[in-house]
Design a protein around this ligand. Structure first.
Ligand code: F6R
Length: 597
């Protein structure tokens, strides 16, 4: 689970006698080292809870790492999310003489559990004590409770953050996602919001927060351990870059039949789609960049306005939505809190919400009217690669479905676009060979302090994505700009030898755009920049202005981002390594799934 948070980690094991706890700041390897020091024999028991942290409250230190122990050392908890009322709970505990040993919002849950178990109405009753604690917490949380007196049981709860049950044979699991237990079982159970689950070696019981019985939804995980392993690559990110042809192919599969575009799980009827008169796209990070491409495609194909907003801003500025608005919520994990809250807001305003999501059964699709799944498979590398390309492909499917419903494209035009889309996986396959050339470019560049990325039209989101990848992986300053905007200010950044990536649109697309970007390249070269030019095969016009020229296969303009992004992924990884960051799967300060706002 390290990819979900890796600034510290810990494990607590319960047996009848007590709880053994080990926790350490830093990556999981530090915890492993510590366990070896204390000896595995001291960590034996019947139930265990573990945690990999992405800090919200309190720095990543040993003390702030989870699990947290209660004041009497008999209960332990781990927590994901944020307990919003922790300050008042902390004051209450301190007034009762309980000293907190961490700066986290989470630790209060351990002490509250012990107090509920030791005193008052719920004394001696683990389940009732856990429910009493849950009733007092505000915010978003997944919590696991364990108690030394009950070494055969773990009680867990979720509100707005993920929790999945894994059903084994004589053993049971809990995880933030299925990767936690895929090695042991493929049988899993999805829980609803505000569900509690009690697991023992032999079974599980789902409850509501008030203790009444509830139901989970059993499902079988449709990928295996190999999908979550590196398969001979030196990193998950490299493996995932190479999986991109399959990610796009699998995402497209089954969505075009007898000349018609088909969406999957949709409670939005063809008539509803027909009535849509504006689209809002909400997403974060790379998913947001894929959404920018949805805007280009949908406005062009469907001729309705598309607005796009980073999800964390959306609901705070009162966007004008109604039942004729389609909100496209794009999320690899399906758990991103910012995007989830945007979805909830959109639905309260009567808009129809369609999720584009890579994670079956996650919260965003569950709360949306419709979902189009990307089939990229599990993405473990924290920096998104294959999920991004799959999102672009899925967004285009949504655009075509809208064009079809609203009759803004003739069936033969839709078929032509679909054919171009279907041709993309083979072209990505061919393009993967660019890896060696990109490595040489990164070697030539040497230590880079800053880098700019320019594009026009659909090349602009590619520039943003290239810059984001570099920031995340190499920790260097990088910015993406529309190439035409450069002269309005950022050109002042250009100095001798500054590397600038330029994504050149197809010369067969909007003619003016191509010649304008050629002028932009000359403008920056004249000021000393070194240009890394990405242009399609056969486009010779840019050759004289490129310090390095990366060729990508020719395709239609709108499809070009699905290709032009790939060399930028390699470039970011190579520059990261040249800058000394070898662990490209786990860039500092980040986590794969951001379940806090
Ligand atoms: C960048 C990256 C992030 C995610 C963003 C949204 O490489 O991975 O920017 O794209 O946090 O995550 P999801 O798609 O899970 O909502």
């Amino acid at each position: 689970m390290e990819y979900r948070g890796y600034d510290s980690s810990g494990i607590a094991v319960a047996d009848g006698a007590g709880i053994s706890l080990v926790k350490r700041a830093g990556k999981l390897a530090n915890l492993e080292e510590r366990i070896a020091e204390v000896g595995e024999d001291s960590m034996r028991g019947t139930t265990a809870i573990g945690h990999t942290r992405w800090a919200t409250h309190g720095r990543p230190t040993d003390e702030n790492a989870h699990p947290h122990l209660s004041y009497d050392g008999r209960a332990a908890i781990v927590h994901n999310g944020i307990i919003e009322n922790f300050a008042s709970l902390r004051t209450e505990l301190e007034a009762a003489g309980i000293e907190l040993s961490s700066e986290t919002d989470s630790e209060v849950a351990a002490h509250l559990l012990a107090r509920a178990y030791n005193e008052g109405e719920t004394a001696g009753d683990f389940r009732a004590s856990a429910l009493a604690v849950l009733g007092r917490l505000e915010g978003a949380f997944t919590l696991l409770f364990t108690h030394a007196d009950h070494p055969g049981q773990i009680i867990a709860a979720r509100r707005s953050t993920p929790l999945i049950v894994g059903v084994g044979d004589g053993e049971m699991f809990l995880g933030s996602d299925v990767a936690a237990f895929i090695e042991f079982t493929k049988e899993a159970v999805e829980l609803n919001q505000d569900n509690v689950v009690v697991i023992t070696a032999d079974g599980y019981e789902v409850l509501n927060f008030d203790g009444s019985a509830a139901q989970g939804r059993p499902f079988t995980i449709d990928w295996d351990l190999a999908a979550a392993e590196k398969a001979g690559y030196d990193s998950f990110m490299m493996k995932e870059i190479h999986e991109q042809p399959a990610a796009v192919r699998d995402t497209l599969a089954g969505h075009f039949h007898d000349g018609r575009v088909i969406l999957d799980e949709s409670n939005i009827s063809e008539n509803d789609l027909k009535s849509i008169n504006q689209v809002f796209v909400v997403a974060c990070g790379s998913a947001y960049h894929s959404g920018l491409l949805a805007k280009y495609a949908i406005e062009h194909w469907v001729r309705i306005p598309v607005q796009i907003e980073v999800a964390s801003e959306f609901r705070y500025r009162d966007p004008v939505l109604d039942e004729r608005t389609l909100v496209l919520a794009i999320s690899q994990s399906g758990e991103t809190a910012d995007t989830l809250e945007a979805v909830r807001h959109a639905r309260t305003q009567g808009a129809k919400v369609m999720a584009v999501c890579n994670t079956n059964g996650s919260q965003i699709p569950r709360e949306s009217d419709a979902v189009l799944y990307t089939h990229a498979g599990p993405e473990i590398g924290v920096a998104s690669t294959k999920a991004f390309l799959a999102q672009v492909a899925a967004n285009y499917i949504v655009g075509l479905a809208l064009a079809q419903a609203k009759g803004t494209k003739y069936p033969d035009e839709i078929r032509e676009i679909w054919d171009a889309l279907e041709g993309i996986p083979a072209k990505i396959e061919q393009l993967l060979a660019v890896k060696g050339q990109v490595k040489e470019i990164a070697d030539d560049l040497g230590a880079v302090r800053t880098m700019l990325f320019l594009g026009r039209g659909v090349g602009f989101p590619v520039a943003l994505e290239g810059a984001l990848k570099l920031k995340e992986l190499a920790y260097i300053h990088a910015e993406g700009f529309p190439a035409g905007e450069l002269k309005h200010g950022p050109i002042a950044l250009i100095e001798d030898d500054l590397p600038v990536v330029v994504v050149v649109p197809s010369p067969r697309g909007v003619k003016l755009l191509h010649s304008k970007i050629v002028s932009n390249i000359q403008e920056i070269r004249a000021r000393g920049a070194k240009t890394i030019v990405i242009a399609e095969e056969g486009d010779d016009s840019v050759e004289p202005y490129a310090n390095w020229l990366i060729r990508i296969p020719a395709t239609s303009s709108i499809m070009q981002p699905l290709l032009a992004t790939v060399p930028l992924q390699f470039l970011a990884a190579d520059i990261a390594r040249a800058c000394g960051n070898d662990d490209i799967d786990k860039p500092r300060n980040l986590a794969k799934s951001v379940t806090v706002e």
